[in-house]
Design a protein around this ligand. Structure first.
Ligand SMILES: Cc1ncc(COP(=O)(O)O)c(C=O)c1O
Length: 384
């Protein structure tokens, strides 16, 4: 059986992987080297300098391509540097239509780094394709989708946006950090580029900062490889190894994240001291039907607002949590709680932030894979 035909739960372990050429090591060694001996100028074994390529990173890049049903994988020093490489495909004067409710650092990269180089970004609620189309003109080159969104858990119809991108001959990039390919495969739905903060679920153990891109088109891959090497924001061999090791258990971890997430969302929604719970698995979630059709389950990310939408109450809850750790980031085996307005989304101006629902009383949970009874007991004592 060809490794290309493997099912997802086998691809995470075997996809794009081969025993190491030197001694048959089953896991690729951490090739902690910057350079490679040559017998004559250009006489090498496929690797000459580790910014251009490193065997441990190549093993990770092959795994990334396999799990996303792509052909070419690229690993970067962070999720933001992977996004940075995508925007460097553009030229001054070009325009981008982006999800309005997205990770604060992504917004900051677009607004504070790239706008000064003459690229214009339109931040749009993407629940309606017409709203996106209104912002497309002859300068538009790229649509940037994040789904489910961080932290409001809106779900965007990737197939519908991909049809729109094709109609206008635009690139479509999807940040698949929250869902991971275990739940959603954007390239199969027509996206050109899938992006990850691999720091999150792909790595899965809160021990690396890594980014990823996967594409199918050779010309696009060549342009991105050129930018990856020319700009140089690559991840090192140790981080490549750890991320690859994380991917091998992605499917098992993700299922537990989903199961625990569902139990906690259902607990919170019934709680008399909780006003709103944002989780796409609820039938009355505004994008539940889209979520159901493009995702295989609903993930472990949940946001909620305490009754009265009180900032003080939200802070009290996050300070009292004991099993959930108050911290930036998400997607690790351990449960984390965050206060988006002052943490992950502080770089978005308050007025902009509140337009998409990121109020000062919003709490975001990254539900881990601990025993769910312990997680619920922790929330119970913190909410009171
Ligand atoms: C959805 C999303 N995209 C991108 C990023 C940026 O990734 P990194 O922190 O690895 O640079 C994050 C980080 O939180 C994120 O949550």
């Amino acid at each position: 059986m060809s490794k290309k035909d493997l099912k997802f739960n086998s691809k995470t372990i075997h996809g794009g992987q081969h025993p190491d050429k030197a001694y048959g090591a089953v896991m690729p060694p951490i090739y902690q080297t910057s350079t490679y001996a040559q017998t004559t100028p250009g006489g090498h074994k496929g690797f000459e300098y580790s910014r251009s390529a490193n065997p441990t990173r190549t093993a990770l890049e092959n795994a990334l391509a396999s799990i996303e049903n792509g052909i070419y994988g690229l690993a970067f020093a962070s999720g933001l540097s992977a996004m940075d490489a995508v925007i460097k495909l553009l030229n001054p004067g070009d325009e981008v239509v982006s999800t309005n409710d997205l990770y604060g650092g992504s917004y900051r990269l677009f607004k504070q780094i790239f706008e000064k180089y003459g690229i214009t970004f339109h931040f749009v609620g993407m629940q309606s394709v017409d709203a996106i189309e209104e912002h497309i003109n002859d300068k538009t080159k790229l649509i940037w989708v994040e789904t489910p969104t961080n932290p409001m858990m809106n779900v965007i119809d990737i197939k519908a946006v991909s049809d729109l991108a094709k109609k206008h001959d635009l690139l479509l990039a999807v940040d698949n950090t929250f869902a991971t390919p275990y739940l959603q495969r954007p390239l199969d739905l027509g996206a050109d580029i899938v992006m990850h903060s691999a720091t999150k679920y792909l790595g899965g153990h809160s021990d690396v900062v890594v980014g990823a891109l996967v594409v199918k088109n050779k010309d696009l891959a060549d342009q991105l490889y050129f930018i990856q090497n020319a700009s140089g924001a690559v991840c090192g061999p140790m981080d490549s190894f750890l991320t690859l090791r994380g991917i091998k258990t992605l499917h098992v971890r993700m299922q537990r994240h989903c199961d625990n997430g569902k139990a906690i969302a259902e607990y919170l929604v019934k709680h008399p001291k909780i006003e709103k719970v944002y989780w796409p698995g609820f039938e009355n979630h505004p994008n539940h039907d889209v979520a159901k059709s493009q995702m295989d389950d609903f993930g472990g990310m949940i946001s909620f607002v305490p009754k009265g939408s009180s900032y003080e109450e939200a802070i009290k809850i996050v300070e009292k949590l004991e099993v959930f750790t108050l911290a930036e980031s998400l997607g690790g085996v351990e449960s984390l709680a965050g206060h988006p307005a002052s943490m992950t989304h502080a770089s978005i101006p308050k007025e902009e932030r509140e337009k998409s629902g990121v109020v000062d009383s919003l709490i975001r949970l990254s539900v881990g894979i601990e025993d769910v009874d312990d997680l619920i007991a922790d929330l119970e004592q913190a909410i009171g």
